[in-house]
Write a protein that binds this ligand. Structure first.
Ligand code: C2O
Length: 575
């Protein structure tokens, strides 16, 4: 056994003794979760050896922590072996607990790239240049910083006390891990140039003025050769499927704004829809359902920047190499900003946090701070960015007013659909045999669009009921036969599927997977899923009183999507 595991064992023993002596009256409740303890959290927390330990009724439950003593080779998104580990062992370093910066220290203001001046551009480039020139074996070296991302996206560490890999994409760890990564990166850059006010900058691909590849990243230390120069001429496609749609710039902008409205507003009414699925400790806790923004524009813009001539569209198109491109940090500052915006839009809604769930709040990340100390930081530490002493200077939210309209008048569409249904051609292609089944089962290949009629257990719910529980389409058992980029869009009640984009209200969301192969311990492929909130969309389509809807999955992009199979779809309700 390694040192860490001994520690853990010791803690467990201490815990068991404490429980058996009935000393469990001592509870340490976080203000964030006070009063919101769900079944999974019935246990209490206490400090043992300076470290908070969860006493759970479920003795299996452990927060996710990386086992730093064993960094190993890992696989890229396409399943190619990579090695991102440092030459030293992070497990041998002293690990210090995160301390918040002094509340009187300057608030760093992250501004949009398209609005900063030459002086700031030069300063930013200088800081990155110094970072690139640090010795290779320095934890602050740019390449090492990029490899931090590689470690946690490819699974170079296992979770403590488990065979499961520690990975941070396509789950509720996506936003908090990247926030912590950026936080330390920003402070290191600031330290390198001796500027306490230094801040990252963001690529505002949600605003028409920011929808181009940022010029400043075409120069000096901010260049990366592995990009797609063809895209420099066009507005960014926030919903890019690795094929060119050749829209005019103004059409593209409208498309992007409508997509943003969907991903930030109508499709993101619940934390899990916005943030991603609840990853739990261990192999059995695996989940793979990204939040709206992670799928697009996050995955899509990664793909759009990367070099199409490389096998995985490196750099930006593959997570193992993405952070080698300095524009990664502009992209992720924007992603992080979207989290702050979404959180603000929720207002003072209870609960006060996205997930009042200690499995999430206690998940640990480790990073080198600006003083080259290895720091342990938890999800609960990053929830309030002002405590981390940075803020965003926002640009106006054009997408807020981009609520799409139905592409066909709803009453016309519904009567066509009903007629088709009566004539037994309700489905463009009919998977499964029993149309009446509430839960459509099958294993359908997405080599062409498929349409499924789904029954809705509840119709015409009240406003309060809808706020309490969002109606969702759950597409489960998504499987790719080979590792390849996969994208498909989902629409509700469409009669004419050829003209569809996020600009039609029928658009319910998108599945985007960057050549992703998740493997469990025995090399089995794990399946993905997609959950899409549709309450608002059904109102706009005047379908809220209907006892069934037609759901169409439209494969996008190249062959990858054609090799994708789906096990089934059903309507669910999400709290
Ligand atoms: Cu960790 Cu944009 O990827």
């Amino acid at each position: 056994m390694e040192g860490k595991q001994w520690m853990l064992l010791l803690l467990l023993v201490v815990l068991l003794v404490a429980v058996s002596m009935d000393l469990s009256g001592y509870q340490l409740q976080s203000p964030l979760t006070a009063g919101y303890r769900s079944k999974a959290q019935e246990g209490a927390a206490e400090k043992v050896n300076g470290r908070e330990v969860i006493k759970s009724s479920d003795s299996e439950r452990l927060p996710i922590v990386a086992n730093l003593s064993n960094c190993h080779a890992s696989l890229t998104d396409a399943g190619v072996p990579v090695y991102c580990c440092p030459i030293w062992k992070d497990g041998d370093q002293e690990l210090v607990d995160f301390q918040f910066p002094d509340p009187s220290s300057p608030m760093r203001i992250r501004r949009p790239i398209h609005k900063i001046d030459d002086e700031y551009r030069a300063k930013y480039a200088r800081a990155v240049e110094i970072m690139k020139n640090l010795p290779d074996d320095h934890p602050h070296n740019y390449r090492r910083q990029a490899n931090m991302h590689c470690l946690y996206c490819t699974g170079a560490y296992n979770q403590m006390s488990s065979e499961a890999l520690y990975k941070i994409h396509r789950t509720w760890l996506f936003f908090p891990w990247h926030r912590a990564f950026l936080y330390f990166h920003e402070r290191i850059l600031g330290k390198l140039i001796g500027d306490e006010n230094f801040s990252l900058i963001y690529w505002a691909w949600d605003h028409p003025d920011g929808m181009w590849f940022p010029e400043m990243f075409k120069n000096g230390s901010l260049i990366a050769m592995q990009r797609d120069p063809y895209h420099f001429q066009h507005a960014v496609d926030d919903n890019y499927a690795r094929v060119e749609r050749n829209l005019t710039d103004s059409e593209q902008i409208l498309d992007n704004l409508a997509l943003m409205y969907h991903q930030m507003v109508s499709g993101a009414k619940k934390s899990e829809l916005f943030m991603g699925c609840k990853l739990r400790h261990g192999v059995s806790g695996f989940c793979d359902i990204p939040g709206t923004i992670e799928a697009a524009p996050h995955n899509t813009v990664h793909s759009w920047v990367g070099n199409r001539n490389n096998p995985e569209r490196e750099y930006m198109g593959a997570f193992y190499s993405a952070a080698r491109d300095p524009v990664f940090f502009g992209h992720h500052s924007e992603i992080d900003r979207m989290w702050t915006v979404w959180r603000r839009m929720r207002g003072n809604k209870h609960p006060a946090t996205e997930f009042p769930d200690e499995d999430w709040l206690d998940t640990e990340f480790t990073f080198y701070d600006e003083n080259v100390r290895l720091v342990r930081i938890k999800v609960r530490d990053v929830l309030d960015h002002t405590k981390l002493r940075y803020k965003y200077q926002d640009v106006d939210f054009r997408w807020l007013n981009a609520r799409p309209k139905p592409s066909v008048a709803p009453h016309v569409a519904r009567s066509i659909l009903k007629k088709r249904h009566a004539e037994q051609q309700s489905l463009l292609r009919m998977p499964g045999s029993d149309q009446q089944q509430l839960e459509q089962q099958g294993n359908w290949t997405l080599d062409k669009p498929i349409t499924v009629r789904l029954e809705r257990p509840r119709v015409n719910r009240t406003k309060e009921e809808k706020e309490e529980e969002e109606e969702i389409i759950y597409i489960y058992g998504i499987n790719t036969k080979r590792s390849s980029f996969v994208k498909f869009d989902v629409f509700v009640n469409v009669v004419e599927e050829t003209v569809l984009s996020p600009r039609s209200r029928e658009f319910a969301g998108t599945f985007v997977d960057i050549q992703h192969v998740s493997r469990s311990k025995d090399g089995m492929k794990m399946k993905s899923g997609l959950k899409l909130g549709i309450s608002e969309l059904l109102e706009d389509l005047e379908a809220d009183g209907d006892d069934s809807i037609w759901v169409t999955l439209v494969p996008r992009g190249d062959a990858g999507s054609l090799n994708t199979t789906v096990e089934g779809l059903r309507i669910e309700y999400m709290r």
